[in-house]
Design a protein around this ligand. Sequence first.
Ligand code: F6P
Length: 323
Amino acid sequence: MKKIGVFTSGGDAPGMNACIRAVVRTAIYNKVEVAGIIHGYNGMIDGNIIEMQSRSVSNIIQRGGTILKTSRSAAFMTYEGRKKAYDNLVKYGIEGIVCIGGNGTFTGAKVFFEEFGIPSIGAPGTIDNDLYGTDETIGFDTAVNTAVDAIDKIRDTAESHDRVFFIEVMGRHAGFIALACGIAGGAELVLVPEQKHEWVKLKNYFTGKNKSPKSFSIVVVAEGDEQGGALKVVEHLKEFIPDFDPRITILGHIQRGGTPTAFDRVLASRLGNAAVEALLRGDKNKMVGLVENKIVLTSYDDAINKTKPLISESLRLVDVFNV
Ligand code: F6P
């Protein structure tokens, strides 16, 4: 392979820049040219492609967001869009790609290979940590640290007023962020989509003879929880406790930004490097991940379709510590 392309796609995640840097420098180290595709699949379709040098990625390892920009591309979901993207890759002499993103990104890359034969390797970049084949995704650690920092601040005011706070965190359909934040933030309860029937536990905690004696409480709610997020949970609870007066904080996109933690920078650097080396070895249609601190390759099929379970031991800890 003489030239590869790199792009970021889907929701941005802190550490994507460190990964781009690793991809560009590993390619150049191996005497392979590298092009940056701007705005993910949309840039591939529009021919928004730039040549990258080693210095193109100077001073970005510490920056959040993605210098290559990102998008969730509707156009790439059509055959016509993918054909335009293919024509542009041919025009720019790009023979293989490294895509940094999540589920949707890898689904697109898989279809693209099946139709046009462009090989790719994916690096898992999403704060949600919801990909099978890696213990942690790029951005997850930073997002958790950002949320925990917010929870710590909320604890101060919760304690001062003897208040209950429901704090909603991101994670789409998964509860990884919520669970990690719940443990690190000392939450009394954590509601995650992976665990059903938490409603009774929640109700008992605030009502009845087993009501908690604590003067203030933090409940972390995953946005994808079956009850529908923090607003819905509180609305539902108020039906049983009319004078219930908790506060609700939805942390939202603050979790996606900011300086990546050292952990995310190292993870992103290792995965970006491994992605290029795998591509140059002839691997394709796979995601690089870190499992028990070792680089592993997982087929896109498995990464997309298999479910990474929440660590049940950690779920139990929340209950144990809430005595
Ligand atoms: O996948 C990352 C994520 O931040 C999810 O946690 C969240 O549900 C979603 O993206 C939000 O997407 P958008 O930025 O398009 O609103």
